[in-house]
Design a protein around this ligand. Structure first.
Ligand SMILES: NC(=O)c1ccc[n+]([C@@H]2O[C@H](COP(=O)([O-])OP(=O)(O)OC[C@H]3O[C@@H](n4cnc5c(N)ncnc54)[C@H](OP(=O)(O)O)[C@@H]3O)[C@@H](O)[C@H]2O)c1
Length: 233
């Protein structure tokens, strides 16, 4: 198929933050094939020291970048932090645990937007996508539990929605979206998969890139699943 008209073509430059994660690294591999290795820039905690627990590292990494990125993906996130897993009940709520969850899953991505959105072009399709989670949907919450993780992902969705409005004033073709990747085999899920159906990171990565290819400015601010369907906030 001709690459003409596709968002992911040889003129697209992409920045993947959280490129060491299962989903982030699978996306990097596919993108290198689609748009060329020279057009894919990666940042992570492990390789570049971008750590949401040390907010100054976010601005430092941004200052090292040059040029533009048509596509910025935030593939970071955590369910267990410092070996502490998600809460099962209100009784186990803990101040520090909640602060950490919000720091990694909501405040960190918000700071990414603050420091990296200036690299998005002011003309044409320009995408900032963040990996969220269906459990962050308030309307879809059937089971309860995982309070901090759920709430931090709900906050992330609100941050993306709010940012999308400001970004549209700068570039009416910008697309700011949150994406639920599905249940994917990764370090984040290894303790929790049990009898759940899951996909490999490569499949999740293909799905996510297809969603990005398909979405346009009319979809900005939305929360979407790996199949492109809208998830209620
Ligand atoms: N896997 C699933 O089934 C699933 C389902 C729903 C939503 N999600 C979401 O998808 C995203 C990616 O998940 P994954 O399964 O690929 O997880 P993963 O393999 O554990 O990758 C997590 C990524 O986040 C980075 N990270 C963690 N804490 C960080 C911090 N304090 N500062 C900066 N970076 C940090 C990690 O960096 P280092 O490796 O360099 O430390 C890694 O690159 C997450 O937002 C997750 O909530 C996943």
């Amino acid at each position: 198929m001709s690459k003409k008209g596709l968002f992911f073509n040889s003129e697209c430059r992409a920045l993947i933050i959280g490129s060491t994660g299962a989903i982030g690294s699978a996306i990097v591999e596919i993108l290198k094939n689609k748009i060329g290795s020279e057009n894919v820039v990666t940042i992570s905690r492990r390789k570049n020291g971008l750590d949401f627990m040390k907010p100054e590292t976010i601005e430092l990494r941004a200052k090292e970048q040059n040029g533009y990125f048509n596509f910025i993906l935030d593939a970071t996130g955590a369910l267990e932090i410092s070996n502490v897993g998600p809460e099962k009940s209100l009784r186990s709520l803990d101040h520090e645990r909640m602060v950490n969850q919000f720091t990694v899953n909501a405040i960190g991505p918000a700071m990414l937007i603050k420091h990296f959105m200036k690299f998005l072009p002011r003309n044409g399709k320009a995408v900032f996508a963040s990996l969220s989670a269906r459990v962050g949907s308030v309307e879809d919450n059937q089971l309860g539990g995982w309070i901090s993780y759920r709430a931090s992902k709900a906050a992330l969705n609100q941050i993306i929605k709010t940012a999308s409005i400001e970004a549209s004033r700068i570039n009416p073709h910008s697309v700011f979206i949150s994406i639920h990747p599905g249940t994917v085999r990764s370090k984040l899920t290894e303790q929790y998969l049990r009898n759940h159906k899951f996909v490999e990171p490569s499949e999740a990565a293909r799905n996510i890139l297809q969603v990005i290819e398909q979405k346009g400015s009319q979809d900005t601010g939305g929360f979407y699943a790996f199949d492109g369907k809208r998830i209620p906030y």
